[in-house]
Design a binder for this molecule. Structure first.
Ligand SMILES: [Zn+2]
Ligand SMILES: [Zn+2]
Length: 482
């Protein structure tokens, strides 16, 4: 398993993820996706959307605004319940979650050793004086305030006046945008239960302790589904969604042994939830939540009906009755998913005595699908042919052209960003005084490093098959090379 520092450094070096506002020292809690990162994350989101929305007859999509009416957050319970207990240091002003104070290293100036400074593991006592931590764990000097509840929503003002009436919040989850549009969607699309509404969008939480790279940041992107069902069928649908979502990640190459399900204990359940199961991934810092799948019952629709005064129910033709549907919520993180796919794809191998770093992304998720590489950049016919081929392939797949290093270096670079296939144009392709052009190119597979020689005219058909995972077949079948 790759450690997080190595991942952070690869991501920066190869244009996947940068720290936000880095030239100003960074924020430490927000991240920017670079040229390759945005491709990867978009591919994750696209795969999710296609599988969960477009390929299902019982699902529709939505894109609700980030700023909503402030009453939404009263109805949802976020104003009252979306809090963490926190304490402040009176000396350095740093803020900590009071329930996590003893988790990390603490700084201690020990009286028993003339005030020497020590870093002591979380929860342990000082070896010299035997004291436990009571002061600020970061500066080791300040007294801590009493714990108080700290709301995690970002407060802001809507409109030209900054007064109490204009207060609103950046949404802490995309789900509420779906609940408040329930009636609009049902009426406009004439939906029958069971059906789902899916949404991908940004959410914001002022986490006291963000960290572990993009795993926990203050601005993040969710991929959420609210799946509405008849009360009484909710438990069965919940299980179906748990199974379905658990099977989704391996479909795009994530190793099954790095995934597990974790059932929430009764006392851990959110105030609206009847049952919740998390899909966890074995990140470098340990098993952590990738996606939560909750049975939210009819809590949200009932709350919004009560607070808005508008009925949010569904007329059941069979029983001729109005009912409030139950809702199953598979809620995934686009950033966490992207990070998990990155970590899972990382491989270090030894090839002929040299280290090779490979990201073996599923072709569907790989940021760049094809790299076209000219073997000699001084040969005009090779370069011209390679550029023409790049333009041709680009119509269908994200393809790059690179002639800035030797072929070995170029392969290594593409391996490190997970490009599944490289196409090389060489002297044989275009011919010279000694031999006529054979009009074939070499296609190299990232994972096996095997190569096949393919006629120029069949490159597109062959690559289409390779993208579907048929390397072995192509490699064996010499007809393709003819
Ligand atoms: Zn302090
Ligand atoms: Zn001490």
């Amino acid at each position: 398993m790759v450690d997080m520092d190595k991942m952070v450094s690869l991501c920066k070096r190869r244009g996947f993820i940068f720290q936000s506002s880095e030239i100003y020292g960074g924020t430490g809690s927000c991240w920017d996706y670079g040229p390759l990162g945005v491709e990867l994350k978009n591919n994750v989101k696209r795969a999710w959307w296609r599988d969960n929305v477009q390929n299902r007859a019982d699902m529709v999509g939505l894109d609700a605004s980030i700023l909503m009416h402030s009453r939404v957050w009263q109805a949802s319970g976020h104003l009252d319940h979306f809090t963490d207990p926190m304490v402040d240091c009176r000396a350095c002003q740093r803020r900590f979650r009071s329930d996590q104070l003893d988790d990390d290293l603490w700084v201690h100036f020990c009286d028993a050793t003339k005030g020497n400074k020590f870093s002591i593991p979380g929860g342990e006592v000082c070896k010299h004086c035997g004291k436990k931590r009571t002061l600020c764990p970061a500066c080791g000097k300040g007294e801590l305030t009493e714990p108080r509840q700290f709301n995690l929503m970002f407060k802001t003002f809507m409109g030209p006046v900054e007064d109490d009436a204009a207060v609103t919040y950046l949404r802490p989850e995309t789900a509420q945008g779906i609940f408040v549009n329930f009636d609009n969607v049902v009426q406009s699309m004439r939906l029958k239960l069971p059906f789902g509404i899916a949404q991908i969008g940004k959410a914001f939480r002022n986490e006291i302790t963000p960290g572990n790279f993009t795993f926990r940041s203050r601005e993040f992107e969710q991929m959420e589904i609210e799946f509405f069902v008849m009360p009484g069928t909710d438990e069965e649908w919940h299980q179906k969604w748990i199974d379905e979502r658990f099977a989704w990640y391996p479909k795009y190459g994530m190793r099954k042994e790095n995934l597990r399900l974790r059932e929430h204990d009764k006392d851990e359940l959110a105030h609206y939830a009847k049952r919740t199961a998390d899909i966890e991934y074995l990140f470098p810092m340990g098993w952590s939540e990738l996606e939560g799948i909750a049975n939210r019952t009819d809590f949200d629709l009932k709350q919004h009906a009560q607070f808005s005064g508008k009925a949010l129910d569904y007329f059941d033709e069979e029983s001729k009755q109005k009912i409030v549907p139950y809702v199953i919520e598979p809620s995934a993180g686009a950033d966490r998913g992207t990070l998990a796919f990155l970590v899972d794809a990382y491989r270090e191998e030894e090839v002929r005595g040299e280290k090779r770093v490979v990201l073996n992304f599923h072709p569907e998720l790989a940021p760049v699908k094809i790299a076209v590489l000219p073997l000699l950049k001084k040969n005009e016919r090779i370069v011209e042919t390679a550029r023409k081929l790049t333009a041709e392939l680009r119509k269908r797949w994200y393809t790059v052209y690179d002639d800035t290093a030797s072929i070995g270096r170029l392969y290594r670079r593409q391996d490190e960003v997970g490009t599944p296939f490289c196409v090389t144009v060489d002297v044989q392709t275009v011919g010279d005084e000694k031999a006529p052009a054979d009009e074939k190119v070499t296609i190299r597979d990232r994972n096996t490093m095997q190569q096949v020689r393919v006629a120029f005219s069949s490159v597109e058909i062959v690559i289409a098959k390779l993208m579907d995972g048929h390397w072995d077949e192509i490699y064996r079948d010499s007809d393709w090379a003819g």
